[in-house]
Design a protein around this ligand. Structure first.
Ligand code: DP6
Length: 358
């Protein structure tokens, strides 16, 4: 499919006013997206577990209007949130050609996250995922015959234009975004469910998110992706990420947890290595991030379990483990790792199936 396929044709029905609500989860990348070009196109393919408990709920109310131009207001937890308006305006500008009704309505967007705004967990994937799905639901009211598979794909396509990683929050439990020679049906334009065999050990995989630093992000992802332009190791990084995704295919099929751990942890550290070696350079890990990583390594060695970690563009640690090890690992986390979290805070999550209308 190409961009053209997402340009709306004439709608058979007209609508005046209504509201649609959707819920979309966050996701955690195993192979990271870091570096983009053109209109939100990824430099390498990435794959993520769709999460379940970390999610955004959004209600989009709309009312037909006469005047031209975009008109919308945003509320977070029922309070006006003008700080989100520039990002949403940019999103609307990017997607207008695909949802041409945008400037014909006045919108009110009510949104809330299941995780605290200050947790340092990026809400852009779940937030843009939920808003994109709301817009597609609205479009479906004007085009009731729209095919479900197409609608899902369009939601991911639009979500990508809001935030790249949001393209991976529409479906689950494992989603690939970015054209990859070995992943059939993969595209730079939208996320697709991982199309090959997934070993049962990866079903209901657990992710406990340790909140090391709850502050605002030190580096916005937009700036972070920009740092990859002219980065001395950019090409090698993009090639390595694609190679890591290739290497994951047999691992996901056979359930080879020790190889899984090597790939996932190395991806997390490579992401941070890119930030440490860009100009300007950043260290986003905190001393407690390193404490946690070292304790995970020591525990894995002495317990023979398959616990591992991954990181986002921040200090928080995602602790990943199979559901069969849940009791052991949660005891370990509570006994040994929560002391390194800000106010002892962590979020227990696991893989999920993606965004849904409410
Ligand atoms: C480190 O999707 O937040 O989480 O497209 O600029 O909105 P934008 O970036 P964003 O980048 C996420 C980067 C990451 C890795 C990943 O999720 O793959």
């Amino acid at each position: 499919m190409t961009e053209e396929d997402f340009i709306a044709r004439a709608y058979p029905k007209t609508i005046e006013s209504d509201a649609v609500s959707c819920i979309a989860p966050s996701n955690i990348a195993l192979v990271k997206y870091w570096g983009k070009y053109g209109e939100q196109l990824p430099e390498n393919a990435s794959v993520s577990f769709t999460l379940s408990n970390c999610h955004t709920k959004t209600t989009l109310s709309f009312q037909k209007k006469e005047s031209e131009g975009f008109e919308f207001s945003v509320f977070l937890d029922d309070l006006p949130a003008p700080a989100f308006e520039p990002k949403i305006l940019k999103f609307f500008e990017r997607i207008e050609q695909y949802v041409p009704f945008l400037n014909k309505f006045s919108f009110t967007i009510h949104t809330s996250n299941s995780f605290p705004h200050s947790s340092g967990i990026a809400s852009s994937a779940s937030g843009m995922g939920a808003l994109a799905l709301c817009l597609v639901r609205m479009e479906q009211q004007m085009d009731p015959q729209m095919d479900h598979a197409y609608a899902t794909r369009k939601a991911s396509f639009l979500a990508r234009l809001g935030s790249g990683s949001a393209s991976r929050s529409i479906e689950g439990p494992l989603v690939v975004w970015g054209k990859h020679a070995k992943i059939e049906g993969s595209s730079n334009l939208f996320g697709v469910p991982y199309p090959y065999t997934i070993h049962p050990v990866f079903q209901n995989f657990q992710d406990t998110i340790l909140l090391v630093d709850k502050g605002e992000k030190q580096v916005s992802s937009t700036l972070g992706h920009d740092l990859m332009h002219g980065h001395p190791f950019a090409r090698q990084r993009f090639e390595k990420a694609n190679a890591n995704l290739s290497a994951l295919i047999p691992v996901l099929e056979t359930g080879d947890l020790s190889e899984f751990i090597q790939i996932v942890e190395s991806e997390a550290l490579s992401l941070h290595a890119m930030m440490m070696t860009s100009r300007p350079y950043f260290i986003l890990m905190k001393p407690n991030t390193l404490e946690i990583i070292n304790r995970i390594w020591a525990f894995r060695k002495r317990s023979g379990t398959s616990v591992c970690f991954t990181l986002d563009a921040g200090a928080n640690v995602h602790v990943l483990y199979p559901i069969a090890e849940k009791e052991k690992i949660q005891t370990f986390i509570e006994d040994e790792l929560t002391v390194y979290c800000k106010d002892g805070a962590f979020i227990i999550d696991q893989t999920g199936s993606g965004a849904l209308p409410l």
